[in-house]
Ligand binder design. Structure first.
Ligand code: UD1
Ligand code: MG
Length: 444
């Protein structure tokens, strides 16, 4: 791939999504469709990456730059077909690299498939990725003579006999650098849709006696997204792929079909994930940790041997050290827990640091927001926070200190001290008995 440019076409309108958002910014596995293709292109080791986008699509351009700062971005002002779109990146094509054209709405394509197509250019001027869809309707058909590909015919231009062909164009094509520009520039628009079809490069290459070759990919990998139903199918396929990869990498999934990953979820060895767990983007779970049922994690790191859930919510900026415990109905945001620290029940810990082996009692809340600003709570090593305490940030609880249950803590607590911030208990001996007597009856 050292001399290959991958060019991704993403200037289409995506009308069938019925969405205010451009099609390629819809997501599967928590990552945009175009983001998946860009990541696969990067992983293939291609020399250069270029993308063709529609006019006034700053949002799409930003997503591409975010994932591949060095990518070339080209604008197709009029949507005149896939060959026309490729020529919008002419300044890149002029450099003579081998060229792979991919589509921005084909998110499940793998890096290996790009490399395979690039390799197939060793003895061909053009390589086409084919597949055999369950329903070929709408796809370009691969027309073969004596086992050789001679043309690709778009659905609208096919004869009844050609419609029966099951081998279809996946949309990914490769061109040897020497021929790419001359072939694509020769393409006309003499067809039913009056579009410049990239697929016509095949017949043009044959007419010039150049070799054309076909490689095949499974349907799941090259399925294109045109509407929300296909978006959901792609999500399901991606989830299957990620569950299988997790199992193979030494992760226990008790009920794999109920666990939802993001494309960037990273899991260590001997991690156990119980049923109904959802991973948003940016999660790392280290070796031996357990994520119990019904937990939701996003932008979080879970340390070795830690235990999270059931019913826990880890939000962005959470960093849990080794052997920490986050129990049921605990929400953590932008907070670090050092080794062995615990919050076992019903708490909100946000914008905080929790020292090693500190114990946070049930119902503890870090009051991190005063309606204007967010402030930090620092809890020292080995501190003990009694149940139902409110820690009003900014506030520091020293190492080894105790906070009595039900306290509202507004001032810093020194190390090893006991802080009580609650009404003093009053006891009136015999009050209940005398009250019953006074009213002459037992309480109801
Ligand atoms: C295309 C192929 C067809 C193949 C199918 C696979 C052509 C002519 N046809 O058909 O053989 O079976 O994909 O899914 O290539 N685009 C632009 N600018 C344009 C037109 C398209 O950027 O002017 C982009 C779209 O954003 C999309 C891709 O090119 O990412 C494909 O366009 P689309 O209109 O979806 O082509 P299909 O009719 O699906
Ligand atoms: Mg399409």
């Amino acid at each position: 791939m050292a001399s290959t440019t991958i060019l991704i076409l993403a200037a289409g309108e995506g009308t069938r999504m019925r969405s205010a958002l451009p099609k390629v910014l819809h997501k599967v596995g928590g990552r945009t469709l175009i983001g998946h293709v860009v990541e696969a292109a990067k992983a293939s080791g291609a020399k250069a990456l270029d993308v063709v986008i529609g006019p006034e699509r700053d949002d799409v351009a930003a997503e591409i730059r975010h994932r591949a700062a060095g990518a070339g971005i080209h604008v197709q002002r009029e949507r005149l077909g896939t060959a026309h779109a490729v020529l919008c990146a002419k300044r890149t094509l002029g450099q003579g690299n081998d060229l792979i054209v991919a589509f921005g709405d084909t998110p499940l394509v793998r890096a290996e498939t790009f490399s395979m197509l690039a390799d197939s250019l060793k003895d061909a001027a053009v390589a086409v990725l084919g597949f055999r869809p369950t329903n070929p309707h709408g796809y370009g058909r691969l027309i073969e003579e004596n086992g050789n590909l001679v043309a690709i015919r778009e659905e609208k231009d096919t004869s009844d006999a050609e419609k029966k062909i099951t081998l279809c164009n996946a949309g990914i094509m490769a061109f040897a650098g020497k021929y790419a520009l001359t072939l694509i520039e020769a393409i006309g628009n003499d067809n039913a849709k009056r579009e410049y079809y990239l697929t016509d490069a095949v017949a043009l290459a044959r007419a010039r006696n150049l070799n054309v070759t076909v490689r095949e990919a499974p349907e799941e990998e090259v399925m294109g997204i045109n509407d929300r139903a296909q978006l959901a199918e792609a999500e399901a396929e991606l989830q299957r792929r990620m569950r299988k990869a997790a199992l193979e990498a030494g992760v226990t999934l008790v009920a794999p079909e109920t666990v939802f990953f993001s494309a960037d979820t990273k899991l260590g060895k001997d991690v156990t994930i119980e049923p109904n767990v959802v991973f948003g983007p940016g999660v790392l779970v280290k070796d031996g940790a357990t994520i119990k049922a019904f937990s939701h994690l996003e932008g979080a790191e879970v340390g070795e041997g830690a235990s999270v859930g059931p019913f826990a919510r880890l939000r962005p900026g959470t960093k849990l050290g080794a052997k920490t415990k986050i129990g049921n109905f605990v929400e953590v945001k932008a907070a670090t827990f050092a080794e062995g620290a615990k919050a076992n029940h019903l708490s909100y810990i946000g914008d905080a640091s929790v020292g090693a082996k500190a114990n946070i009692g049930a119902g503890t809340i870090t009051c991190n927001f005063d309606g204007f600003d967010k402030s930090k709570t620092e809890i020292g090593e080995g501190a003990f926070i009694g149940s139902n305490s409110a820690l009003v940030a900014p506030v520091k609880i020293g190492a080894g200190a105790y906070v009595g249950s039900g306290s509202v803590i507004t001032d810093d607590v020194p190390a090893d001290a006991l802080a009580l911030g609650r009404g003093k208990q009053a006891v009136k001996e015999g009050w209940a008995a005398s009250e019953r007597k006074r009213r002459g009856k037992a309480a109801k």
